[in-house]
Design a protein around this ligand. Sequence first.
Ligand SMILES: NC(=O)c1ccc[n+]([C@@H]2O[C@H](COP(=O)([O-])OP(=O)(O)OC[C@H]3O[C@@H](n4cnc5c(N)ncnc54)[C@H](O)[C@@H]3O)[C@@H](O)[C@H]2O)c1
Length: 703
Amino acid sequence: MADVVHYERDGAVGVITVDNPPVNALSVEVRAGLVDALARGLADAGAAALVILGAGRTFIAGADIREFGKPLTPPDLNEVIGRIEASPKPVIAALHGTALGGGLEVALGCHYRGAVVSAQVGFPEVKLGLLPGAGGTQRLPRLIGVEPALEIIVRGDPVPALKAHALGIVDEIVPGDLRAGAVEFAARVAAEKRPLRKIGASDEKLLAARSNPAVFETFRTGIERQARGYLAPFKCIEAVQAAVTLPFDAGLRRERELFVECLLSPQSRAQIHAFFAEREATKIPDVPKDTPVRLIKTAAVIGAGTMGGGIAMNFANAGIPVTVVEATAEALDRGLAVVRKNYAATAEKGRLSPAEMERRTALIRGTLDFQAVADADVVVEAVFEDMGVKKEVFAKLDRTCTAGAILATNTSTLDVDEIASATARPGSVIGTHFFSPANVMRLLEIVRGARTAKETIATAAELARRIGKVWVLAGNCDGFIGNRMLAGYLREAEFLVEEGATPAQVDRVIYDFGFPMGPFAMSDLAGLDVGWRIRKGKAHRRPKDLRDSPVADRLCEQGRFGQKTGAGWYRYEKGSRTPIPDPEVEALVAASAKEQGLTRRAVGDEEILARCLYPLVNEGARILEEGIALRPSDIDVIYLHGYGFPRYRGGPMFWADTLGLKRVYEEIAAYHRTHGRHWQPAPLLRTLAEQGQSFRDFKGTGA
Ligand SMILES: NC(=O)c1ccc[n+]([C@@H]2O[C@H](COP(=O)([O-])OP(=O)(O)OC[C@H]3O[C@@H](n4cnc5c(N)ncnc54)[C@H](O)[C@@H]3O)[C@@H](O)[C@H]2O)c1
């Protein structure tokens, strides 16, 4: 067995070091190694106390996720922790880096915990659709009380050392060298003959919740909206409840049952998929990690409209000074006022200090003088969606910017190569497709043009990381990945309404599936005029022989642009965002259906779900086949972060895999027969279905 846990003596203290790079994950070797090292420490007459610490950059950072779902090789973690807790010599955990999940559970099995100030502890399991399964839900409430434990276990966010100290998770903050400090702490515990604090054996902190069981119901109600559709947060609550209602050992068994229930649920598989998908997306086969990147010290944004202001905030938030260039003083004032309002709103909620707000606002400088972009290292163009305007801007950028500058366009539908052709440096031109609101949405599609240089891609990727985006590389095509897929989703939603469903019914089905809102509420929020203008625009590249429902255009012709005009697919009371079904829309839909000779019918919920979501899958398959997306999981990342696809379903491609591609293909083929060319099955989908494969088996087109 690999030697991943060492034991040695330091004065009167035995030091157990977990040395399993990179993050000391709790592999079977580590678990067995801990048992052996503990036995050595107990047998070592010269050791009055023991310290457990991690080699390298962190304490035990958690379980070995890759062991999940595989048969467990003993010893299991509960047994290891049980032995530590039962040790007759005091055991002290010395924490640095991230003591998460199983790492924190090991630390809670110890009698005392010291930590350096930069350490973090936490139970992120819930984010993978799981719960701490080695005593975490039983020991943490016994250590710090039920309510703070629920906060940590159910939300899954890391807790910095000082807060952990204030809560009582960490007993001492160790100044200076961790090992020396922890050894000193352990020696002191032994010398003072402090009692062994066996958390599993103490009940005092549970008493409050025992006499007030309503605390669980209150907590449940508090997270209901945010955790809608998710299983794990509610199972976490049940597990903590078991700590209060059952004796410790029975609680551990209950926790294990709940853990297994979560582990076997499709949700945890989906959430683990999402976790790995996000990491995978940052790997571009022909742009290796060591590709040189250009240093970005200053940025510029052209256009201070809906997107430009938000994009500028991204740079300012990351400490990058940004110049915003507008065409008119009026547009500039309006744009900068929105930026200030956004910062003020965040500050009012207490999420930004006044000083920080000032600092960020000061980093954004507005101007009408195009020359001001001359020394920017990156320029993001966010002017009107009009090829003529964009080309003019890029020609000017080409004349004005330094040779090394990255020239990025935020276009959502236009051809990045054509935009690049307005410059003499297409290698420096790239698409950076932000999502609205750009200061809030984490997704960024990085669009690679035919001539975009690898260095430009690597620089855009590094910049995306710096400004905190989840990014995915997309090829250049109409709508790139996300919006190209969305077109079919919206088209079918509108057809369904023409055929007899109501916008409210379609929205309810999609909401119940787990999206934050359905297609009609979303369109009203985004503004119907955006798509209308694109449809009318000459630069629109969608084939003209495919019919769209005319209803959306008619709504726009009546000035119904959505929430901003108080009416769209729904109507809105003044100052309210609540969609109210509108008989006028119903009449418009009925008239349109009649014109097309449609007999309206009752449409079932299942049909709504299939007809809205299958187009995502079918178009996704084409996107893969064309090499527009590198991998199915990249598409999933885009839908999870840009479109509100429920994370617990993993994304559209993962979801299709869970249904089975044979079924998905057959249903799409059936719609093709009844509804025509829109539903032409993607060849890749057909091939995978016929071969009994899944998207996850797809290894690229080799293109
Ligand atoms: N709105 C969205 O949801 C969204 C999402 C993703 C991408 N996009 C894309 O982002 C871009 C901007 O969209 P928007 O919604 O912010 O548009 P917008 O109309 O709100 O803003 C465009 C701004 O650009 C300014 N402008 C026009 N020509 C200019 C020039 N030559 N120099 C300087 N400023 C100029 C205008 O005055 C206006 O303020 C478009 O390409 C759009 O397709 C929009």
